[in-house]
Design a protein around this ligand. Structure first.
Ligand code: PLP
Length: 274
């Protein structure tokens, strides 16, 4: 969603409408599993998805809703689905697209936990994953076939720290008619994935129908829901570091410049980019 607000403002306020009854500035923790329905007709409409509203906390919760809206606005998405861990987010993001008999093409520089999920667990569920060298766009193109349902990469490989060419990867995925799913390993202050051709970002998911499907099938059935208390902690955790991000970036950049001006311990020459 296009926004003119600064990321610092979004980190503090996005997604929250202060409680009209109390005016509470902090996001309230709705530590409830269940919600009252106005009457049976209301319940019927909610459960049949004819009307949006809170049904049960495994599926949606007002505190988690603020977290989801805030993350989505920071990333520039149209909506988000919060789950209990990064692994759960990656699992749901891919299982929401691929089923037994389908394939996924992934970069080969992934975080170890993600590699295990893609290399061992998804094939057990019938989803084959082929790995291509990260940023080898030709290899990616060759790995695409009609059974491939998604392309998966990390924005900055963990731990290799190589930066994905998002635009080039997105072009190959889109030419094949499949989404580019990105594990965005950096802050939205540094990278807003949807501005670079990414369709689904792990941390903020980019399509409303996709999110509803993940919410009412995989989150409902498998249950990796984020607890309301952790949803409360989510915005709080993001509020703190984001405004400090420009200063951290300046500090890192000063360190890099300082290091580059020192003789290289290996070859004794100064860095070419100093
Ligand atoms: C790049 C990356 N993706 C996914 C994960 C998994 O996140 P979680 O530990 O919350 O499941 C991690 C964890 O360190 C990670 O570094």
């Amino acid at each position: 969603m296009a926004t003119t607000l600064h990321p610092e403002t979004l980190a503090l306020h996005a997604g929250q409408t202060p409680d009209p009854a109390t005016g509470s500035r902090a996001v309230p923790i709705h530590q409830t599993t269940s919600y009252q329905f106005r009457d049976t007709d209301h319940a019927t409409k909610l459960f049949s998805l004819q009307e949006f509203g809170f049904i049960y906390t495994r599926l949606m919760n007002p505190t988690t809703d603020v977290f989801e809206r805030r993350v989505s606005e920071l990333d520039g998405g149209v909506g988000a689905l919060a789950v209990a861990s990064g692994q759960a987010a990656i699992s749901l993001s891919l299982l929401n697209i691929a089923r037994a008999g389908d394939e996924i093409v992934a970069a080969d520089n992934l975080y170890g936990g993600t590699y295990n999920l893609l290399h061992y667990t998804l094939p057990r569920l019938g989803v084959k994953v082929s790995f291509v060298p990260s940023n080898d766009i030709e290899a990616l193109q060759k790995a695409i076939n009609p059974r491939v349902k998604a392309v998966f990469a990390e924005s900055i490989g963990n731990p290799k720290l190589d930066v994905a060419d998002l635009r080039a990867i997105a072009e190959v995925a889109h030419a094949a008619g499949v989404p580019f799913v990105l594990d965005n390993t950096v802050s939205p202050y540094l990278l807003r994935p949807f501005e670079h051709g990414v369709d689904i970002a792990v941390k903020a998911l980019g399509n409303i129908a996709y999110i509803i499907k993940a919410r009412v099938t995989l989150l409902r059935d498998l249950g990796p829901a984020l607890s309301p208390f952790n949803s409360f902690q989510g915005p709080a955790a993001r509020d703190a570091p984001l405004p400090g991000c420009p200063r951290s970036c300046r500090a890192v950049s000063s360190c890099v410049v300082w290091c580059c001006r020192r003789p290289c311990p290996r070859c004794s020459s100064a860095c070419a980019t100093a």
